[in-house]
Design a protein around this ligand. Sequence first.
Ligand code: FMN
Length: 393
Amino acid sequence: MYRRVIKPVLFSLTIEQAHHAVLLLLRIIGLIPGGRWLLRKCYAVEHPALEREVFGIRFANPIGLAAGFDHNGEAFRELAALGFGFVEVGTVTPRPQAGNPRPRVFRLPKDNAIINRIGLANRGLEATIRHLRRPHDGVIVGCNIGKNTSTPAENAPADYLKLFRSLYQYADYFTVNISCDNACREGTTHTREHILQILNPLFDFRRGQNQFRPIMLKISPDMSDEVIDQITDVLLETPLDGIVATNGTHSRGGLHTSRTTLEKIGSGRLSGAPLTHRAVEIVRRVHTRSGGTYPIIGVGGLMSAGDVRAMLDAGADLVQLYTGYVYNGPGMVKAVCRELIAAAEKPAAMRAAGESVQNGENPEASAPEAVGTAGKASDGESEEERRPGSGQK
Ligand SMILES: Cc1cc2nc3c(=O)[nH]c(=O)nc-3n(C[C@H](O)[C@H](O)[C@H](O)COP(=O)(O)O)c2cc1C
């Protein structure tokens, strides 16, 4: 249905028009009594094998919606009803900002990718609070926070602190987005000094609160391995709780889209399939260097259940989708969840089959059907067994 009917309609619109239409439709469904229930019935999967406890929060499944889809938190409950285990809203900035001139988001169908230079367009803190004030109904909400483009670098910490304080009671966790939106490159923002200038006031504020809110740092895929290691060391040495890896890339390597088209599009962050390898690689690096005990949200180029498995196997505790969801449609979360369940059940079924063989029984006769549909081979342990204490600092 999505591929044959809805996708051609949405793809005939500009990507921003399609995005607004989807958000509007979701909000309308949310206003209809039973609307969210119906969405959950169609798209959500519940199973104990999907559940995770990460930074003290219980997630019904590890698949989240990445930042940038619901900038203002206007449809977080409807998006969660589409099966997501959590929704990250934002990036929110203190004051509303219009972002860059349009067009500023482009599909690259030949590469299953998107280029965007939206420039953190959003309606600002007050509008986001109005949306997040509504009952959360059990939905886990992350708030992705950033500074206004017009805020000079030396005042950036004040922007982040204002957002953190004001949204503290409305979010389950925070993601600090240090990527710079327009002209600058991450070289200036991904330094230890800059990161600590932003994070330290947040740690100080949190110490005075009764409720604990985890703080994650979102990083760029364009950093050298050395810088990634330095950032991981910040994780090890400060109360920072985890890493969200990664944002889109400025790189244009290895694309099938023609050079002329790319030149016409111009600058922006590339997301989707071309990013998978680097995002997984970075998650593996952070996981290894941090000893596997710090929460990591893996995001970047997760286009299939296989990609999600690879990200989880690399050490991510949770994952987020954006471009893969745009290309695959709303059935993607359900499909990925089913594959994760099948993969989790496979070792148990194999063990049972092994015992049957030892007892002289026919393993095929007793193996559950799910084994045949399992995705990537598992290493014989469940997620929980593989990473004991994962997500606990
Ligand atoms: C149109 C668009 C807008 C985005 N806006 C934001 C944003 O406001 N804040 C943010 O942290 N990331 C933003 N992202 C980045 C995504 O959250 C994600 O990190 C990135 O796209 C890589 O994941 P993907 O390959 O699954 O899309 C945006 C991505 C896209 C495609």
